[in-house]
Design a protein around this ligand. Structure first.
Ligand code: ZN
Length: 497
């Protein structure tokens, strides 16, 4: 194998005879003097694209036969002497202009639609987890399509990231690991037009609308007549007519009082998205998971019927299931009751769509995954977010005990305040003590229910204080970090694969 043979490209950009890129990485490493990420090497249209690491960090590298014409700041070009001919090496930092450049060259790094395929969302608050996610997804032989870029606007604010950064970080991770099968980008829990606009500008493809603020949890049927009928684009009598064979008027009234204003909000968000996208492809999820009361079967029927009538199209719906879906821990509640509930929602999703059932706060719910799969089959989306950050803390506990102890102490200090917007039931008195005195096995702290939730909901405070040292540990120990993530996500995907 010589450097010239790397230019013989295949349709997928992989090097023929070296699918894992090991030999090619050695060649390119010798030539550039940097560490080359083997799976990233992509040969397309007479150019080699790959990721490399030098003392200053990671760079995108392009090797070409003639100098690359590129007008970006911070781009470095030099000649590489190979026997009697010269090749050209262009390197650039992993920033937004470089990401735009790479997406233009390699089209499978542009986010794509997932449609009704079975799928999993892998949120990543630190922007370093995607290679671990890719390894787990790749091992799933039954085929789960990934969303590697996914963050809610709330979490972006708490981690000081922009929609573009979230998308770019996921793309760099997919590129590093040689993921060539497409991935989605989920603008999660959108609540306003501004939220939509910023994610459209960044290039997201999957839009999750969260009308939770408009859900009336009291669902008092006496308020039925005061619903915003003009905005619902229907009348009271037509509505009675529509459901006359399906449910009692009282049930209809309380269901529509509960969700009526939320449905108007979804309609408005959807129409705003449609006009903003101006013909570009997108897909939508509707989520009502963050409400006080579970979504009943009749309410599910009302939501789907009314949204169809209003012209909204969606690929997945996240109802609020029975039981408790707390952050970072297993399902809390009777799994048999959950099974009945899940079966009913899955039946409706098939009958009224088909569309997927989306399981929010879906991480670590190991006891219900087999049930979910049994009833949804292929029509499921599993959404996880904070659990990857907990795995990052596991890597920190492994590699820098001192830093982990400081992080854990901060979680104790902040928990009372930071838990406010989350559904969690951790009690610090049950968690290992703040100073971790007498605790030798720091890994075990991350497996303890209360400690886990405290670390989970305090992520904003923890990253504000220790974000830089945490990232430094993860970057220095990236293989350990990816291995922790891969193991954790394989556990999640087992039932779905
Ligand atoms: Zn949610």
């Amino acid at each position: 194998m010589n450097i010239q043979s790397l230019f013989d490209s295949t349709a997928t950009g992989q090097i023929s005879g070296d699918p894992e890129g090991g030999q090619s990485a050695q060649l390119l490493g010798t030539l550039t003097g940097a560490r080359v990420y083997p799976r990233s090497i992509t040969s397309l249209n007479g150019k080699l694209y790959f990721l490399m690491k030098e003392a200053g960090g990671k760079y995108l590298a392009v090797v070409s036969q003639s100098p690359l014409e590129i007008k970006l700041a911070q781009v470095h070009q030099r000649r590489l002497q190979v026997s009697d001919e010269a090749l050209h090496l262009t390197t650039m930092p992993l920033n937004a202009p470089s990401a735009i450049f790479l997406r233009q060259q390699i089209n499978w790094l542009q986010p794509t639609l997932l449609g009704l395929s079975k799928s999993a969302g892998c949120g990543d608050r630190l922007g370093l987890a995607t290679p671990g996610h890719v390894r787990a997804i790749r091992s799933c032989k039954g085929g789960v399509r990934p969303i590697y870029a996914q963050q809610s606007i709330r979490e972006m604010a708490r981690t000081s990231r922009t929609p573009t950064q979230v998308l770019d970080d996921a793309m760099w991770g997919a590129f590093q690991e040689g993921w060539r099968s497409g991935f989605g980008a989920d603008a999660d829990h959108l609540k306003t037009y501004e939220d939509i606009d910023s994610c459209v500008a960044a290039g997201y493809t999957f839009y999750t609308f969260d009308p939770g603020a408009y859900v009336d949890n009291e669902s008092n049927p006496a308020k039925f007549e005061q619903l915003p009928w003009a905005d619902l684009e229907t009348t009271i009598s037509d509505t009675h007519q529509r459901y006359s064979t399906q449910m009692e008027p009282q049930i209809l009234a309380s269901g529509l009082v509960k969700y009526g204003r939320a449905l108007v909000h979804v309609k408005q968000m959807y129409r705003h998205l449609r006009s903003t996208m101006a013909g570009r492809p997108y897909e939508v999820e509707v989520s009502v998971d963050e409400t006080d009361q579970p979504t009943t079967a009749s309410e599910h029927l009302i939501i789907a019927t009314e949204l169809h009538r209003l012209g909204v199209e969606w690929v997945s719906l996240a109802p609020r299931f029975v039981g408790r879906f707390e952050k970072g821990v297993d399902y809390i509640g009777d799994v048999n009751v959950f099974e009945k509930d899940c079966a009913e929602h899955a039946r409706l999703a098939r009958q009224l769509g088909p569309y997927k059932l989306s399981i929010h706060s879906g991480s670590d719910k190991f006891s219900i995954y087999p049930i979910v799969v049994r009833w949804t089959g292929e029509l499921v989306h599993l959404k996880t977010a904070g659990t990857s950050y907990l795995e990052a803390l596991r890597t920190v506990a492994r590699c820098d005990a001192n830093l982990f102890r400081q992080v854990y102490r901060l979680a104790h200090e902040r928990y009372a305040e930071d838990r406010a917007s989350y559904h969690v039931s951790a009690d610090p008195a049950r968690a290992p003590r703040a100073d971790l005195s007498g605790v030798n096995d720091l890994q075990a702290v991350l497996n303890q229910f209360d400690a886990r939730q405290m670390l989970h909901v305090c992520f904003g405070s923890i990253l504000a204080t220790y974000g830089e040292p945490i990232k430094a540990v993860l970057e220095q120990n990236e293989e350990t970090h990816y291995a922790d993530l891969e193991r954790h996500f394989k556990r999640h995907l087992e039932a779905f694969c």
